[in-house]
Write a new protein. Structure first.
Lengths: 464, 72
């Protein structure tokens, strides 16, 4: 199988046509052969993966039930706890931290469903960035053009899926860190509603904004993973109390229903590159009766998310900044130090604006079931490019790739990030944004667009 | 309702004042900033000031109100 899907692998393993061990060995071999050119992985859990694969095969041989992800290779951003492996969070500082005694909740849910964990993935240091040009582990390279960034901060997670190293990964998204790399690498990503998926065992960045979610190469694979990951977590923070609302079995029906689609303009298109606007237009054209809509508070929401991130990030890292500032990636250090200096009143005002903007968007959802917006400002920039132009003004790549994602995560809305079908070209993605707790609507729209050939994850040109 | 004095002071900084404000604020918070980091920190403070001004302006009279508990 070339670039096999999650559904295909699990089906083949369950049917006994392939063994979990053979899938795992092929995956480990592919990572060994190809990851040198991508740098998606920071650790490969070779021995653990083979033990887990043999356990799945033993269950099948004995007639014991196996989960919906039986034998599916997965990998996770290196801020998820993995038993006996340092939780780096992309940093140098945590290389000598105590190793966790067990996996994060979501890793346990994946493996309980039969998935085989094969490693940990590259990211921006402490998730503060959109580029994954990690000062300690090197840049994650875009499988569609290795001279370009994979996006961030979950760059390794997106690149590993796009390169066909694994069909499913986990990442985190505070300001766009799932949606940006999904867009730049041409894969699907889910940023769920704030509080939907457990953050237990995930190294934090900004408590008020941190989300976690999966990457995959199809809507069906993303939905299957989402169903496995959902549900309250008594060991997690107080946010994760929502009962699971599985999509399996009802996604096809949902995709048949009419959806009222709004296309976000104003802030969400300012400074976007022409190919990004063209891709958004193609998706909007494929949606019957899509209508334009503007959110007056979007720019201010982005600004508030920017400051809230700096404040809470600075607060979290205060002690290490005081004692080990020079061990940080300089680009991250300077942002965290600035955040640590911000008055508390800035944080309070940002939080005050959050509910005001939420209420504005709630009004928009009275008229629309989903909203569309570009994911990133541009296709993947070259590695090392520090600035880009937005509306003729040079701005930092690292700080501005997420200009269109930040207002949405600021108010915790669920988003399926979908790659617009552009075979042979650099990937560009769109955000399919739904009301809170209505991931099903975003999935339904994504599935319909995928069926119509408007969105698709294509293998990189010449991929082995 | 008015903003707190520290936030007002940040918002009122002139272009040349971000550097002295950064040094004074770091000293007040007993947070040492390495010399090689100082230019980058000052740049970021200037950016954070401009971003703060955006949402404080959008808040208008509500800028000093306590935040509500957030639910999506």
């Amino acid at each position: 199988m070339s670039f096999p899907s999650v559904v295909e692998i699990a089906g083949e393993v369950r049917a006994g046509r392939v063994t979990a061990r053979s899938v795992t060995e092929a995956t480990l071999s592919r990572i060994q052969r190809l990851d040198g050119g991508i740098n998606a992985f920071t650790a490969v859990t070779h021995a653990r993966a083979l033990v887990a694969a043999d356990a799945v095969d033993a269950d099948l041989a004995a007639g014991r039930p196996v989960g919906p992800l039986a034998g599916v290779p997965v990998a996770v951003k290196n801020l998820f706890d993995i038993e006996d492996l340092p939780t780096l969070a992309g940093s140098k500082i945590r290389r000598d931290a105590a190793t966790p005694s067990r996996d994060a909740t979501l890793v346990r849910r994946l493996t309980a469903a039969g998935a085989i964990l094969v490693g940990a993935l590259n990211m921006d240091e402490f998730a503060y960035g959109f580029v994954t040009e990690n000062a300690h582990d090197g840049p994650a390279r875009n499988p569609h053009d290795p001279s370009r960034i994979a996006g961030g901060s979950s760059g390794g997670s997106a690149a590993a899926v796009a390169a066909g190293l694994v069909p499913l990964t986990l990442g985190s998204d505070t300001n766009g860190s799932i949606r940006i790399p999904a867009s730049l690498c041409g894969v699907f990503g889910l940023k769920p509603t704030y509080g939907r998926l457990s953050r237990q065992g995930v190294f934090p960045f900004v408590e008020s904004l941190d989300h976690v979610g999966p990457f995959a190469r199809s809507v069906e694979d993303l939905a299957l993973a989402y169903d496995v990951l959902q549900g309250p977590d008594p060991e997690g923070d107080a946010l994760c109390v929502r009962a699971a609302e599985p999509l399996s079995g009802r996604l096809e029906d949902l995709a048949e229903r009419p959806l009222r689609v709004g296309v976000l303009g104003g802030w969400f298109q300012q400074g976007a590159f022409p190919e990004v606007l063209d891709a958004l237009g193609r998706v909007a054209d494929a949606c019957a009766d899509a209508a334009p809509v503007e959110l007056a508070g979007a720019q201010a929401a982005r600004a508030a998310a920017f400051c809230l991130t700096a404040f809470e990030g600075g607060e979290l890292h205060r002690d290490d900044l005081a004692s080990r500032a020079l061990d940080y990636d300089p680009a991250v250090r300077d942002r965290l130090l600035a955040g640590a200096l911000l008055p508390k009143g800035v944080h309070q005002a940002a939080r005050r604006f959050r509910t005001i903007f939420r209420d504005e968007v709630r009004e928009a959802f009275q008229r629309f079931d989903i909203l569309l917006a570009p994911s990133s400002v541009c296709p993947a920039p070259p590695i090392g490019q520090a600035t880009m132009e937005m509306d003729g003004v040079p701005v930092s790549v690292r700080k501005n790739l997420g200009a269109f994602t930040q207002p949405i995560s600021f108010i915790g809305l669920p988003v399926v990030a979908a790659p617009v079908s552009r075979p042979g070209q650099l990937p560009v993605g769109v955000q399919i944004i739904a009301p809170p707790w209505r991931e099903d609507l975003a999935f339904a729209a994504a599935l319909r667009l995928q069926r119509d050939g408007v969105v698709a994850a294509h293998p990189p040109k010449g991929a082995p | 309702m008015a903003l707190d004095m520290e936030t007002e002071a940040l918002l009122n900084l002139g272009d040349a004042e971000a550097g002295p404000w950064t040094a004074a604020r770091a000293a007040a918070l007993e947070l040492s900033i390495p010399a090689e980091a100082l230019p980058g920190v000052i740049d970021n403070i200037a950016l954070l000031k401009s971003q703060t001004a955006l949402f404080v302006a959008a808040l208008g009279d509500r800028a000093g109100e306590p935040p509500e508990t957030f639910q999506p």
